[in-house]
Design a protein around this ligand. Structure first.
Ligand SMILES: Cc1cc2nc3c(=O)[nH]c(=O)nc-3n(C[C@H](O)[C@H](O)[C@H](O)COP(=O)(O)O)c2cc1C
Length: 399
C-alpha cells in the first residue's frame, strides 16, 4: 500500500481513496454475532439487556457504511473473531460458600479512582454516530465514574471534550509529522486537564467493508478534525481531494521508541502505550518508564492474524511483573469477560465497539446504559464467584 493510503486508513477509514477491489475471500460480515450463537440478537429490542441488543439498535439507526465501519475488522476478520472466541473458550471456576452477597467494583487506573474497571477506549469519528459525539461519551463516562479515552480523531477538539465534563480523561495520540504541532497538541491536552496520554502504536487499518462501501468522513468533519489537531492551514475553501491528500501526508507512520523520550520532554502526564502483544515490547515499555501498557490488537482492525488479546495477556502481565499497570481491550462484551481479564492480570479493560454502538443507539443515555450493563453484569459475576472486591479476583478463577 502506498503511504497515502496507509495514512488515510490510519485516521478515518478507506472509502475516499476510491479503492474498490472486492476481496476474493468470503467475508464474514457479522463477526460479533458468529461466535456467540446463543446470545445472537438480530432484532432491535427497544430495551437492551446486553451489548448484542445495543449493537442491533445501532444497526437499525446507522447508515450501512457507518455501521460497518464500527463493526467490521481487517481483511478476513480472523483477529476480530479470535478476540471474541478466546473469551468464550475460557471457563470460570467459582469457589463456593464465600459469604458474598454484594461486590464493590471500584478500583484505580494509573492512580485514578474509578467506579468500575471498564474504561472507554479511544474511538474515532464519534460525530458520525451521534450529533453529540465525544461530548456525550465524555459526560456518560464521567457520570458513571470511569475514564474516557479520547481519540485523536474523535471529531471534537481537546478543549471541547475537556469542557464537557469534569470526569477523568486519557488523550490518545496519533502523532503528527510536524513535531511543533505535536508539542502544541500535548500542551493543549495538559491545559485542558487530561489525566494521561495513550500513544497508539499499532497502525495500518485494512478493512474490506470500508473499501467496498467507500467509507469516508464528510468534508466538514475532516476539516474540523484536522483543524482541531492543530493543522491551521486547512480551510473550508480547500477541495475535498486536497484535504484528503493533506491528511494522508500529515501523520508520522514511522515511529520508534525514541518518540517516548521526546514526549517525556514535553509532558509530565503519565504515559501509556497501546497496541502491545509481545512480552519483549512490554519489557521495553517498562524499561523506558511508561506508566501503563494496553494489550490491544485495535479490536481486530489492524493487521489481520494477530492473536486474541485475552490469550496474550498472561504473558504480558508476567513480563511486566508489576512494574507498570497492564490494561487490555478487544472483544469485551460481557461482565464475565471483564472478570476473566482481571483474573488474568488486567488492571481494567477498555471497551470500543460496545459504547460506539450505544452512542449511535441513544447518545449519552446509550453510553450510560452500556456502562450500566457492564456494571450489573460484573457485579453479578463477582458475587457468583465469591469476590467482594476487585482485589479478590485472581487467576484461580480460571483453570
Ligand atoms: C470505530 C472504531 C474506531 C476506533 N478508533 C480508534 C482510534 O482513533 N484510536 C485508537 O487508538 N483506537 C481506535 N479504535 C480501537 C479501540 O480503541 C479499541 O482498541 C478496540 O475497539 C477494542 O476492541 P472492541 O471494539 O472489541 O472493544 C477504534 C475502534 C473502533 C471500533
Amino acid at each position: 500500500m502506498d503511504r497515502r493510503s496507509f495514512a488515510q486508513l490510519l485516521t478515518i477509514g478507506a472509502g475516499s481513496l476510491g479503492l474498490q477491489q472486492a476481496s476474493a475471500q468470503a467475508n464474514k460480515d457479522d463477526a460479533d454475532a458468529t461466535p456467540a450463537p446463543k446470545s445472537k440478537q438480530r432484532e432491535a429490542h427497544p430495551e437492551p439487556v446486553n451489548v448484542a441488543d445495543i449493537r442491533a439498535l445501532a444497526e437499525a439507526k446507522l447508515p450501512k457504511a457507518t455501521f460497518d465501519y464500527i463493526a467490521t475488522g481487517s481483511a478476513d476478520q480472523i483477529t476480530l473473531y479470535e478476540n471474541l472466541a478466546a473469551f468464550q473458550r475460557l471457563r470460570v471456576y467459582p469457589p463456593l460458600m464465600k459469604g458474598v452477597s454484594d461486590a464493590d467494583l471500584s478500583t484505580t487506573a494509573i492512580g485514578q479512582k474509578i467506579n468500575l474497571p471498564v474504561i472507554l477506549a479511544p474511538v474515532a469519528a464519534q460525530r458520525m454516530y451521534h450529533a453529540d459525539g465525544g461530548l456525550a461519551a465524555a459526560r456518560a463516562a464521567a457520570a458513571a465514574g470511569t475514564i474516557y479515552g479520547v481519540s485523536s480523531s474523535v471529531g471534537n477538539s481537546v478543549e471541547e471534550i475537556g469542557a464537557s465534563s469534569k470526569g477523568p480523561k486519557w488523550f490518545q495520540l496519533y502523532v503528527p509529522k510536524d513535531r511543533a504541532i505535536t508539542r502544541k497538541l500535548v500542551e493543549r491536552v495538559e491545559r485542558a486537564g487530561y489525566d494521561a496520554i495513550i500513544v497508539t502504536v499499532d497502525l495500518g487499518e485494512w478493512k474490506d467493508a470500508d473499501r467496498r462501501n467507500r467509507f469516508s468522513l464528510p468534508k466538514e468533519m475532516l476539516v474540523k478534525h484536522l483543524r482541531d489537531v492543530g493543522f491551521d492551514q486547512i480551510t473550508d475553501q480547500m477541495s475535498y481531494e486536497d484535504i484528503v491528500a493533506f491528511n494522508a501526508n500529515a501523520w508520522d507512520l514511522s515511529l520508534t521508541w525514541e518518540f517516548f523520550d521526546r514526549l517525556r520532554g514535553i509532558t509530565k502526564l503519565p504515559l501509556l502505550i497501546k497496541g502491545v502483544l509481545r512480552p519483549e515490547d512490554a519489557i521495553k515499555a517498562v524499561l523506558i518508564g511508561l506508566d501503563g501498557i494496553v494489550v490491544s490488537n485495535h479490536g481486530g482492525r489492524r493487521l489481520d492474524g494477530m492473536p486474541a488479546t485475552i490469550d496474550v495477556l498472561p504473558s504480558i502481565v508476567k513480563a511486566v511483573d508489576g512494574k507498570a499497570e497492564v490494561f487490555m481491550d478487544g472483544g469485551v462484551r460481557r461482565g464475565t469477560d471483564v472478570l476473566k481479564a482481571l483474573a488474568l492480570g488486567a488492571r481494567s479493560v477498555l471497551i470500543g465497539r460496545p459504547y460506539a454502538w450505544a452512542l449511535a443507539a441513544d447518545g449519552e443515555a446509550g453510553v450510560a446504559k452500556v456502562i450500566e450493563l457492564f456494571r450489573e453484569e460484573l457485579q453479578n459475576a463477582m458475587i457468583a464467584s465469591g469476590c467482594a472486591k476487585i482485589s479478590d479476583i485472581d487467576s484461580s478463577l480460571i483453570a
